[in-house]
Write a protein that binds this ligand. Structure first.
Ligand code: FAD
Length: 391
């Protein structure tokens, strides 16, 4: 009987372009050779592997589908596959890259002036400058629309005051986009450069997911920045949301990467582990679990591919992105939990790699909009009723 260890069960690769397949292979190879062999140690110590930044830069992927300004200008599917493969390797690296290339660079590409794009995007594409995206506040997560950080106009400057929480890369980033409310109560994105007085990031401690990437608490005390540092086309929270919709599809791809990794780890383990005189794959319940895991992986892959195509064609709506993020993060969480269980006691040892995915998927389930918030965005689309407004 033929057996398969292939996670591309419906031959999705045949639907990809040569460029997309090449990019996917490049990232997969990078993760297999550079990331997976070293990452558990960093994860355990809650240290960030700075040594990987120049290696990641050499792949020339940052900026993904952004056209021009030294960015690769690849298809959105190719950009999604990068997220999938990085997450299959390690979620912390995926988040570091996603915050930089997705949230920060997309904000500048989508909302920046020509000068802002020229100034930041080429250096960020080379990863000589690293970006961060500061939206969430201690008192405003899901209701980020109610953010309280202020940007007061003062002559040729803005003065920023407030606080942010959970901001990835912010403790070492060269530029952090701080979302704040101006004198008219409108939300804008403000480029705060490293070392600006009054900008104080502190790395958050005690995280039990994505331990190898750092998020920061930030206090902003009379942070004075030039008025031209406001992202030129950011005039309201709708502009912020447009960036989040674009990057949310990336999180849907990322979830697939966790499920692929979990399935691969579980299958290999079940093929080798002997109990009751037979390898685990001989038992019906194990086969049933593997079949369901593969079904989830396959449906997530196809959903993401179609979402990527719609995004490329400019047809992806906020609800489409939310449905994919909700669906994939939920399914990935199930697949990862089944895999962890299939490894028995070894499933909680870092050495077998599944424990890291098991912890990390919890962050994916929650960030860039929680599972509940995604379902409420889809619910709004279905019913025409907004069920999560504060009014
Ligand atoms: P809350 O909003 O307090 O939610 C708590 C619970 O209440 C959730 O289960 C939620 O679904 C539920 N809930 C909230 N409102 C409703 C409602 N109306 N109806 C029903 N249930 C509701 N933010 C950034 O700006 N930049 C970053 O780089 C960044 N990186 C992150 C990295 C990690 C690892 C994590 C964990 C978070 C990061 N975040 C970042 C923040 C992230 O986006 C928020 O954690 C997320 O939006 C949820 O906000 P919260 O944690 O404050 O939860």
């Amino acid at each position: 009987i033929a057996s398969t260890t292939n996670t591309d069960f419906y031959l999705m690769d045949e639907l990809l372009t040569e460029e997309e397949r090449t990019i996917r292979q490049k990232v997969r190879h990078f993760c297999d050779t550079e990331v997976i062999p070293i990452i558990n140690d960093y994860w355990e110590r809650a240290a960030f592997p700075f040594e990987l930044i120049p290696k990641l830069a050499q792949l020339k992927l940052a900026g993904g589908s952004i056209k021009g300004y030294g960015c690769p200008g690849m298809s959105t599917v190719a950009a999604g596959l990068i997220g999938l493969e990085l997450a299959r390797g390690d979620a912390s690296i995926c988040t570091f890259y996603g915050v930089h290339s997705g949230l920060a660079m997309s904000s500048i590409a989508m909302l920046g002036s020509e000068e802002q794009k020229q100034r930041w995007l080429p250096a960020m594409a080379r990863m000589e400058k690293i970006g961060a995206f500061g939206l969430t506040e201690p008192n405003h997560g899901s209701d980020a629309v109610a953010l309280e950080t202020r940007a007061q106009r003062d002559g040729d400057s803005y003065m920023l005051n407030g606080s942010k929480r959970w901001i990835g890369n912010a403790s070492f980033a060269d530029v952090v986009i701080i979302w704040a409310r101006d004198d008219d109560g409108k939300v804008g994105g403000f480029l705060v450069e490293k070392g600006t007085p009054g900008f104080e990031p502190t790395v958050m401690k005690g995280k039990v997911a994505k331990r190898a990437v750092w998020q920061a608490d930030i206090t902003l005390t009379n942070v004075r920045i030039p008025a031209e540092n406001r992202l030129a086309h950011s005039h309201s929270f709708k502009d912020t949301s447009s960036v989040l919709t674009a990057t949310r599809s990336g999180v849907a791809w990322e979830a697939v990467g966790h499920a692929v990794a979990a399935y691969e780890i579980a299958l290999k383990y079940a093929q080798e582990r002997v109990q009751f005189g037979k390898t685990l794959v001989n038992f019906q319940i194990i086969q049933d679990k593997l079949a369901k895991m593969l079904a989830n992986v396959t449906s997530m892959q196809l959903l993401s591919l179609r979402l990527g195509q719609l995004q490329e064609e400019g047809k992806m709506t906020a609800a489409m992105a939310s449905l994919a993020k909700m669906n994939n993060a939920r399914l990935a969480r199930e697949v990862v939990a089944d895999a962890r269980e299939m490894l028995g006691g070894n499933g909680i040892l870092l050495e077998y790699h599944i424990a890291r995915h098991h912890a990390d998927i919890e962050a994916v389930f929650t960030y860039e909009g929680t599972d509940t918030i995604q379902s409420l965005i889809v619910g709004r689309e279905i019913t025409g009723v907004q069920a999560f407004s504060s009014r």
